[in-house]
Design a protein around this ligand. Structure first.
Ligand code: GLN
Length: 487
């Protein structure tokens, strides 16, 4: 059952010739056919393309190409339907792009292909990555494999559900305010948001360009390190990608954690934190303490303003980025008597309610007369939030928090109340505003409902090595990642 393996174990077996890429790919496709009707993690499955790539990988392996040269040779992965794959549908979970086919590869896609990966298909998401439950997908929600009445989180809900349910070995999602980490927490898998500028955004459909970052969703921390190694690095096509060398993240894993200091921010352990989550986090702190990590109390005083700042900045950027979907260049066109009515008929029919809400909010915040009161102020708050973190990192190596205030909620529970939905992001958005890196690792199951709980570690800018080292040490000491959903 090669679909059940981790990336690293599958790679070892492929190298030794114990399994072929075709067998692994077919196992994933079978698994998708078995479970996806009840999960709806996939929006599109590329059976033929995947099997062709698998056969090519098997031929390369037989001819002596090794995983040293092509680290993902023969490994079946899947991508959030917001990351371009040449010739594949690119819907962003939106009606406005229904039927649109990507004319080129995203840089991360090229890197995965160069590394030999097999791409299985397109994963479901909240429309244009706006949401925390995948319920904003125009094509219907994804369900949580641990309890199909619950959400897998969002916006990369398809990624987390598919990895948790062994439909693919790993996935790439995008994280603007928590969209990789929150669904990873809800589905009991690992989700990493790299430092802003670590991974190229070329070919990632922009939501909020100053916050967006592509990140891996995996079964283990070691797998996240491997994928990060493959997708990171400077890209001349994205001027915000940083020309900083990519460290061998996998070698950092076993460096040991004794003597490292982790900050516990007072502002994150407050009312509204579910007691079951709190107790799992307390246990995780104990586990780390036993590994020789020293917990230290820290303060991030501007935390309370983060949500408000985010929900100005992200919609402001989104309102500009989504202006391109006008019925002229991409996807849907609803005809009208003149061009302006064509624009509004297209956008009216093509965008869902949450996307419209964000465009209106963002346009308002950027409009003359309100720009300084909203957008400019939010940017100032953003600077203060970044400073809070940089100050805390003077005394600690990483910061530890819950990933989410509660475990996975019921489908429909929050979809009528945008503010309740936005509150889901309370622990994850500051990381994006500050541009630092963060990871969520499984740290427990709720006692009665048996729902996964996520532990979040936040690291310094380009401090992914320390983050991965801590997360790996924790995972080895508390192997919650071995728990599987009862599908
Ligand atoms: N839930 C947040 C939002 O709706 C974060 C989404 C994301 O990271 N893409 O904006």
């Amino acid at each position: 059952m090669p679909h059940r393996l981790t990336l690293q174990t599958l790679i070892d077996r492929l190298s030794r010739g114990e399994v072929t890429s075709r067998e692994a790919t077919q196992a994933c496709l079978d698994r998708i056919h078995q479970v996806d009707p009840s999960l709806h993690a996939f929006l599109h499955i590329d059976t033929e393309g995947a099997l062709r790539a698998a056969d090519a990988a098997d031929a390369a392996l037989r001819s002596g190409v090794t995983h040293h040269h092509r680290p993902l040779l023969g490994v079946p992965l899947a991508l959030k339907d917001l990351i371009a794959v040449h010739g594949q549908p690119l819907t962003c979970g939106s009606r406005i792009l229904q039927g649109f086919v990507a004319p080129y590869d995203a840089t991360v896609t090229t890197r995965l292909r160069d590394a030999g990966a097999v791409l299985l298909g397109r994963l479901n998401l909240d429309e244009f990555a706006m949401g925390s439950s995948t319920e904003n997908s125009a094509f219907g929600p994804t369900r949580n494999p641990w309890d199909t009445h619950r959400t897998p989180g969002g916006s990369s809900g398809g990624c987390a559900a598919a990895v948790a349910a062994d439909e693919c070995l790993a996935a790439l999602g995008s994280d603007t305010g928590g969209s990789v980490r929150q669904p990873a927490a809800f589905c009991g898998v690992v989700g990493l948001k790299p430092t802003y500028g670590r991974v190229s955004r070329y070919g990632l459909v922009a939501y909020a360009s100053s916050l967006d970052q592509i990140g891996p969703v995996t079964k283990t921390v070691a797998d996240a390190a491997l994928l990060l190694e493959v997708i990171s690095g400077h890209d001349p096509r994205d001027s915000t990608s940083v020309p900083q060398p990519v460290p061998p993240y996998r070698s950092a894993l076993t460096a040991g954690v004794r003597g490292l200091r982790i900050g516990l921010p007072a502002e994150y352990f407050v009312d509204g934190l579910d007691p079951q989550v709190r107790s799992a986090i307390d246990q995780a702190i104990d586990t780390l303490r036993q590994l020789g990590v020293e917990p230290v109390n820290v303060s991030l005083p501007h935390t309370g303003a983060a949500l408000a700042a985010y929900y100005i900045i992200a919609p402001a950027e989104a309102s500009a980025n989504l202006a391109r979907f006008d019925g002229v260049r991409y996807g849907l066109r609803v005809p009208g008597p003149d061009v302006v009515s064509m624009y509004s008929a297209t956008r009216g029919a093509g965008f869902g309610p949450e996307v419209k809400r964000r465009i209106i909010l963002g346009t308002y915040a950027l409009s003359r007369g309100y720009h300084d009161a909203y957008y400019l102020r939010a940017q100032k708050v953003r600077t203060l939030i970044r400073r809070d973190f940089l100050e805390a990192f003077q005394t600690v190596d990483a910061i530890l928090t819950p990933t989410t205030p509660t475990p996975a909620f019921q489908l429909g529970e929050k979809s009528g109340d945008p503010l309740q939905m936005y509150l889901q992001d309370i622990y994850t958005i500051s990381c994006n505003l500050a541009g630092i890196c963060g990871i969520s690792v499984p740290c427990g199951l709720t006692p009665v409902t048996r729902l996964p709980i996520g532990l979040q570690l936040l690291g310094t800018p380009f401090g992914e090595e320390t983050l991965l080292r801590l997360a790996h040490a924790y995972e080895q000491a508390a192997p919650w990642h071995l728990q599987k959903p009862p599908l």
